[in-house]
Design a protein around this ligand. Sequence first.
Ligand SMILES: [Zn+2]
Length: 77
Amino acid sequence: MIKFILIILLALIVIGLWRANRPGGTQKQTSRQPKDAPLALEMVRCRLCSLHLPAVEAVQGQKGVYCCTDHLHRAEP
Ligand SMILES: [Zn+2]
């Protein structure tokens, strides 16, 4: 009877260790964060002078994006 209990306990320990060491799980969520970060700093190109700048600083025109309102008015009068 004691042998039977020991085998059950051993099986539970093995299953517990197997689950803890299984790849994936929490590691997948941490590797996702760096992928989303560059999206906020997406680079765009000015249609007039080809200057690269972050999308948040770009001026949106009807035909494209520009580095400043001056270039927007020059390209789209
Ligand atoms: Zn420009």
